[in-house]
Design a protein. Structure first.
Length: 173
């Protein structure tokens, strides 16, 4: 149980980052900032990422990941400074958004329509991105990696369905 809880808490900033863009899009005034990450650019007649990937989403997700790590600090470590945990959490959140953007780029090239699920890649892109960016700075065991993947894959499915039920998303997965 302890290992699972530590994996859950360690990667929670990336989980929060992954959920943030959908919520930020519903906040008045914040939702007005809808500049696409790809600035509308196309490659071979297809948008690089599409209108759903915005700078608003990346900025708010990264910031909330950092704040989440800062708040969790007393629970997850006693051998790093709060500033280091904040920085690592920012990096994890940005990595989650980077993983999501890379997956979105590949999705466009494979002709998967915007807003449609590409199972299981939509569920693991942020996990891979978040872990890749923090790997050089965190000693993560294979067991912890496995726990993070299973936990956050499952949480992604459950939270996506919940967001669908309460009207935040148009599709259940």
């Amino acid at each position: 149980m302890h290992d699972w809880l530590m994996a859950l808490l360690f990667f929670l900033p990336a989980g929060v980052a992954n959920a943030t863009p959908v919520i930020a899009n519903k906040i008045p005034l914040v939702n007005k900032w809808a500049t696409p990450v790809d600035f509308g650019l196309s490659l071979r007649g297809k948008r690089l990422l599409g209108d759903n990937k915005t700078w608003r989403g990346i900025f708010t997700a990264t910031l909330l990941a950092g704040v989440t790590g800062w708040l969790l600090y007393p629970l997850v470590t006693n051998d790093q400074s709060r500033g280091a945990v904040f920085g690592l959490s920012l990096l994890m959140g940005f990595g989650a958004m980077l993983g999501d953007s890379v997956e979105s780029f590949i999705k466009r090239k494979r002709n998967v329509p915007a807003g449609h699920s590409w199972f299981p890649f939509d569920q693991i892109d942020y996990i891979i991105g978040g872990l890749v960016l923090v790997a050089p700075f965190a000693d993560i065991s294979a067991k912890t990696l496995g726990l993070i993947f299973v936990t956050y894959f499952t949480l992604h499915l459950a939270s996506a369905y919940f967001a669908y039920l309460i009207g935040l998303k148009d599709r259940p997965i």
